[in-house]
Design a binder for this molecule. Structure first.
Ligand code: MG
Length: 318
C-alpha cells in the first residue's frame, strides 16, 4: 500500500512519525497523523475549520517532548524504525478505501483526512465538536488540487534511503613465491597474486562494489596502480579510505555479499578472520559481510590455478 501514497501523504506520515518519536511514543497515534497533515496541507485543514488555533490546542494535549527519543529521531533515517498503532492502521485502510471508491489509485492527503475522520472515533468526535461533518471534509477534498505521486527530488530521496546495490569484480594472476592475501588475511599457499598493491582480490572487489553503490566511480580512479604510494599496499587501507568518504557523505554500508573463486587452497576456514578484518576496516559488523567460496571446476585459467577472482554485491544507503 505504501507505494500508493502521494508525496504529500507520505510527508504527512513522515511528520507524524517524527512528531510521535519526539514526544517519546514508539507508535504513531492518530493525533500525530492529524498534526502531520496540518503541517503539509494546512490549506485543506483550514478549509474544514481546523486552523492554526486548533493545531495549537491539539499540540497542548501531547505528552512532553522526550530528549532521548528526540536525539534518536534526529539521528538519521536508518537509525530509527517507526511503527503505527492499530487505530492508525485502520485509518490508513479507510484512506485506501476512500481512494478506491473514488476510483483513484493514489492515496492523497485528502484521503488521509477522510481516513482519520472515519477510522478514529477520538478524532471524529473532536472534529464534530468543531462542526466538521463527513460532507464538509468530502467537499474540501473534492476541491483539492491534484497531488503528485513523486517529484524527482522525492524519488531520489526515497532511492537513497532504500539503499542501492553496487557490483564489484576483480581478478589477479597467481605466481609461485608470492604472499596470498585475501580479505586482509594471509592464507598460507605456494602461490600468490601479481599486483601493484598486495593483490587482495576480495578487498578490491568490495572496494569497487561500494564505490559503485555510492556512484563514486571505481578503484582505479581513487587508488590508481600508477601511484607509487599504493605499491605493495595492504588493500585494507583502501577500505579504510572509503570508510572516511562514506562517513563524510553520510553513506552507510548495509550489506556485502561476496564470492571468491579459486581452485585451491580451501578458503572456508579463513572466512571468520577475513570477515573480522574487513568489518574492522569498514567500521561495520561481521554479520554485514557474507563470504562464499567456489572452485572453477578445473576450467580455464582459474581452474588451472593460474588466477584468482572475486565477485561482490554491496548495498549502500544514505
Ligand atoms: Mg585488483
Amino acid at each position: 500500500m505504501v507505494d500508493r501514497f502521494t508525496e504529500k501523504a507520505q510527508h504527512a506520515l513522515g511528520h507524524g512519525f517524527h512528531d510521535a518519536r519526539q514526544h517519546g511514543c514508539t507508535t504513531m497515534e492518530p493525533i500525530y497523523l492529524l498534526l502531520g497533515l496540518a503541517q503539509v496541507n494546512s490549506e485543506l485543514l483550514s478549509r474544514i475549520g481546523f486552523g492554526e488555533e486548533e493545531v495549537q490546542r491539539f499540540r497542548a494535549k501531547l505528552p512532553p517532548e522526550d530528549p532521548v527519543t528526540m536525539q534518536l529521531s534526529s539521528g538519521g533515517s536508518a537509525s530509527v524504525f517507526y511503527s503505527h498503532g492499530t487505530e492508525t492502521t485502520n485509518i490508513l485502510r479507510r484512506a485506501a478505501q476512500e481512494a478506491d471508491s473514488a476510483g483513484q489509485r493514489p492515496i492523497t492527503s485528502g484521503h488521509l483526512l477522510l481516513g482519520l475522520y472515519l477510522g478514529s472515533t477520538e478524532i471524529r468526535s473532536e472534529l464534530e465538536e468543531l462542526g466538521v461533518t463527513e460532507q464538509i471534509i468530502k467537499k474540501a477534498v473534492a476541491e483539492e488540487p491534484v497531488e503528485v505521486m513523486h517529484s524527482p527530488e522525492f524519488a531520489s530521496m526515497v532511492r537513497r534511503h532504500m539503499g542501492r546495490p553496487g557490483i564489484g569484480y576483480d581478478l589477479h594472476r597467481l605466481e609461485a613465491g608470492r604472499k596470498l592475501i585475501i580479505g586482509g588475511v594471509h592464507v598460507p599457499f605456494a602461490k600468490g597474486p601479481v599486483g601493484h598493491s598486495d593483490g587482495d582480490v576480495l578487498a578490491h572487489a568490495i572496494c569497487d562494489a561500494l564505490l559503485g553503490a555510492a556512484g563514486m566511480g571505481d578503484i582505479g580512479k581513487h587508488f590508481p596502480d600508477t601511484d607509487p604510494k599504493w605499491e605493495g599496499a595492504n588493500s585494507l587501507i583502501f577500505l579504510e579510505h572509503l570508510r572516511k568518504h562514506f562517513e563524510n557523505q553520510g553513506l552507510q554500508v548495509i550489506h556485502i555479499d561476496a564470492v571468491v573463486i579459486t581452485e585451491r587452497p580451501k578458503l572456508g576456514p579463513h572466512f571468520p578472520a577475513m570477515r573480522e578484518a574487513l568489518a574492522k576496516a569498514l567500521g561495520i559488523e561481521t554479520e554485514q559481510i557474507n563470504l562464499k567460496a567456489k572452485t572453477n571446476e578445473g576450467v580455464g585459467a582459474i581452474g588451472r590455478g593460474e588466477a584468482i577472482a572475486a565477485h561482490v554485491v554491496a548495498t549502500v544507503a544514505g
